[in-house]
Design a protein around this ligand. Structure first.
Ligand code: ADP
Length: 543
């Protein structure tokens, strides 16, 4: 083989902040702080402070490859950890504070975090479990001296004091780009959470792909706000994409309700944002109720669970916002597919074009999909036949931290997503279900996602979830669980009539039940496992 004669420059996460500080140094990062006030500074400030943090880690004795945990909202201090920790060569373990306490104990111990950095909001939570966190030597509270709480956490340090004592003359080291940079556990809807260990190389390649025009289409003219938390798939890479493109970054801190989000969007002129559908349901509800508008907001990428067609339409019709659906998972960094258009699609009649764009999205360069049907061969690209979806990419995981579950790859190096999907002739993928949620009725599959999507299109329905209920003849039949919008009380018959006009007859749920609140997972998705428990003793009508 003849090797090329190009420079072997490793892809390093710290190079992002270094670039932003040099060439977009004055651009702002605006955060809603946990303490309350809005905090503003620039990329140049962020780099200086990330270097101080790196020096503090050296002083604390944190060596490359060792894990540093965070329990924190999206703020500038958490952002600095993305660079200070990974840039130093250590591994940032972003802990999801909404996990069950037992799971937090499990993952901090499993990751062997040496230090845990936490927001004020999580001090009581961590105090309650600290005795069981066997690897943690000390805690750093992400605040200043004025807000430092009295705490029984051992070796508790104040973040501002810790980094305030350090010099900013740290030189970002260069090392093997395959070195681990951050660690994120999936929320473990089944079994213990499993750790996805990203590398500098995978993170940079993913970020380059994610900011392309065919994906998030970001530039220095944008002002972006990740509402998706930094502990959920690295806020979908926005903490890396922002310095890479030099755009303004807005961080919503602990407040993700509709009013707080709207306030920041308008105050800072946010053009692009990302979150799971439940967050945008809250924003839309707030906008609909108050009559307020979001003129600067151009597009939002929504994913993590299926985006209802009614949400896409509401954003477009009432607020002029384009919804781009995104499919991904912690294991894919998380970008997998995005529903952006192509010339072929633009040539279609508008209704057809919109129907394709309402799917989970188009395969992006750098990530290969393989959808295998029940007969063990790839499904035809007909947009109708479902199969199990596998992925292969330089930013998809090969297995889990500490070998949990062994290698997950098949003979061709593809990773099983646990999703069931179709692929159409334009290259757009549609998730029909998670393997474990699909409803098996009379030897055929019913897509719970499709039913939910139609059900939330009913004007009185706020949330809809469909689960399979055991049936003596059909194996399983769908049960529709509904949370109504405030002050609305539709009848079962009205909801079923709405569905009857829009789905195959044998897909029609056998019953509709109304509940007050839908159980959500730690990442804001409908918790089907909990719903199945709630309806464990439920009997379908007529049985
Ligand atoms: P968790 O498993 O902890 O919820 P992830 O966010 O990694 O964490 O979940 C990834 C899964 O979320 C995917 O495998 C898929 O089932 C689901 N998902 C993500 N985006 C979408 C989407 N746009 N539509 C439907 N399902 C989605």
């Amino acid at each position: 083989m003849l090797l090329g004669l190009m420079q072997d420059v490793p892809l390093m996460i710290a190079s992002l902040i270094e670039y932003a500080a040099r060439y977009h140094g004055g651009r702002e990062i605006v955060s809603r702080s946990v303490e309350g006030p809005i905090h503003r500074y620039t990329y140049a400030d962020a780099e200086t402070r990330s270097k101080r943090l790196a020096n503090a880690l050296v002083r604390l004795g944190v060596r490359p490859g060792e894990r540093v945990g965070s329990l924190a909202w999206n703020t500038w201090r958490h952002f600095e950890m993305f660079y200070g920790v990974s840039g130093h060569g250590a591994v940032l373990h972003t802990v999801n504070p909404r996990l069950f306490t037992e799971q937090i104990v499990y993952i901090v111990n499993h990751a062997e975090d040496r230090f845990v950095f936490l927001d004020l909001s999580f001090v009581p939570l961590v105090e309650g479990i600290a005795e069981r966190l066997t690897s943690v030597e000390g805690y750093v509270i992400l605040t200043d001296e004025a807000h430092m709480p009295k705490t029984r956490l051992k070796n508790a340090l104040c973040y501002e004091t810790l980094i305030g004592h350090e010099r900013a003359d740290y030189v970002w080291p260069r090392f093997d780009e395959r070195a681990a940079s951050s660690l994120c556990y999936t929320s473990g809807t089944t079994g213990n959470p499993k750790g996805v260990l990203y590398s500098h190389r995978s993170t940079l390649l993913h970020a380059m792909a994610a900011c392309q025009n065919s994906a998030m289409a970001l530039s220095a003219h944008d002002c972006i706000m990740p509402i998706a938390p930094m502990y959920h798939g690295n806020a979908w890479s926005l903490p890396y994409l922002a310095p890479m493109t030099g755009c303004k970054l807005v961080l919503p801190g602990p407040k993700m309700d509709g009013a707080s989000i709207e306030e920041l969007v308008n105050a800072e002129a946010v053009t692009f944002s990302v979150a799971v559908p439940t967050v945008f349901t809250m924003l839309l509800e707030h906008l609909d109720k108050t009559g307020r508008m979001v003129p600067s907001l151009d597009r939002v990428a929504i994913g993590g669970s299926a985006v209802p067609a009614s949400m896409i339409e509401r954003f477009r019709e009432a607020y002029g916002v384009t919804v781009v659906q995104i499919w991904g998972m912690t294991e894919t960094s998380p970008l997998g597919t995005m529903a952006t258009a192509t010339p072929e699609l633009d040539a279609l009649p508008e209704a057809e074009r919109r129907a394709v764009l309402a799917k989970q999205g188009r395969v992006q360069f750098g990530l290969e999909l393989k959808i295998i049907g029940q007969d063990g061969t790839p499904v035809p690209r007909d947009g109708a036949t479902f199969g199990d979806m596998w992925v292969r990419s330089a930013w998809a995981s090969s297995g889990y931290f500490n070998g949990e579950g062994g290698s997950r790859l098949d003979g061709d190096g593809f990773f099983p997503t646990g999703d069931v999907a179709t692929l159409d002739r334009y290259g757009y993928m549609r998730i029909t279900d998670r393997t474990k949620d699909v409803i098996k009725s009379g030897g055929e599959w019913i897509s719970s996602i499709d039913l939910e999507n139609v059900a939330v299109g009913h004007e009185d329905v706020k949330h809809a979830a469909v689960i399979g209920i055991p049936h003596p003849k059909w194996e399983e039949r769908p049960l529709l669980v509904v949370v109504c919008k405030e002050g609305r009380a539709p009848s079962k018959a009205a909801i079923l009539d709405h569905l009857r006009a829009r789905v195959a007859k044998w897909w029609l749920p056998d019953d509709v039940v109304f509940i007050d609140e839908i159980p959500l997972t730690a990442t804001g998705k409908i918790q089907k496992s909990r719903l199945r428990e709630m309806f464990a003793d439920y009997r379908l009508p007529g049985l």
